[in-house]
Design a protein around this ligand. Structure first.
Ligand SMILES: C[S@@+](CC[C@H](N)C(=O)[O-])C[C@H]1O[C@@H](n2cnc3c(N)ncnc32)[C@H](O)[C@@H]1O
Length: 195
């Protein structure tokens, strides 16, 4: 059964999908500055929204890119925006997602919306190959994010802690390769530990 957080997120982002592309103009270069996508990589774009990353991802890997998002509205836009690209879009919550594992999992401009952190970490772990990498990143600073999300309920978003503190939470299941933030970005990169 969907949690309150998932139900509220879906409602909120279905509405936001109507205007997202006209307001979301930042370059996603921060993703590609911090993780390498190889031509044979299977890549999952978590909380893909209207598909801003797929033109870049599909130019880097020959494999089919998978995008998942809880909002039908976002996914409908993504399908139109990226018609013709080698990508499959799935509507659903990432918390429950299980697939053949990926080399890279990307969570771009979406981490604060995963308020059920244990389920989020488990889903990343479950869907990565041995040695696979995840990247959580933002093209905004933590302070800008907090301002941006100030009006949202705690079901939909939370304020982030210092990047090192957020990264610590993943250390039982991942080696942390990068944990850094500045006035323009917030980045965590981790590699799956096989137990
Ligand atoms: C701020 S938008 C960012 C979208 C996209 N990554 C971008 O940068 O344009 C956050 C996205 O997270 C999605 N989301 C929130 N909770 C989710 C969940 N449990 N599973 C999958 N997607 C979720 C929302 O539907 C929304 O599209």
């Amino acid at each position: 059964m969907a949690s309150i957080s998932e139900i509220k997120s879906k409602e909120f982002f279905d509405e936001l999908s109507k205007t997202w592309d006209s307001t979301n103009k930042k370059s996603p270069q921060v993703v590609f500055d911090n993780i390498t996508i190889n031509p044979t990589d299977k890549v999952l774009d978590v909380a893909c929204g209207t598909g801003v990353l797929e033109p870049y991802l599909c130019s880097l890997t020959k494999e089919k890119v998978i995008g998942i998002d809880i909002s039908d509205g976002m996914i409908e836009k993504a399908k139109v925006n990226n018609a013709g690209l080698n990508v499959k879009y799935i509507t659903g919550s990432f918390y429950d997602f299980s697939s053949a594992p990926f080399d890279k999992i990307i969570i771009y401009n979406a981490f604060p919306h995963f308020v059920l952190l244990d389920k989020f970490k488990e889903a990343i772990y479950r869907n990565l190959k041995a040695d696979g990498k995840f990247i959580i990143c933002h093209s905004l600073s933590r302070a800008e994010l907090a301002t941006h999300h100030a009006q949202l309920s705690s079901n939909i978003s939370r304020d982030l802690n210092y990047v090192e503190t957020e990264a610590d939470y993943f250390k039982d299941k991942f080696v942390i390769n990068t944990a850094k933030e500045d006035d323009k970005s917030f980045v965590i990169v981790g590699t799956k530990i096989i137990k």
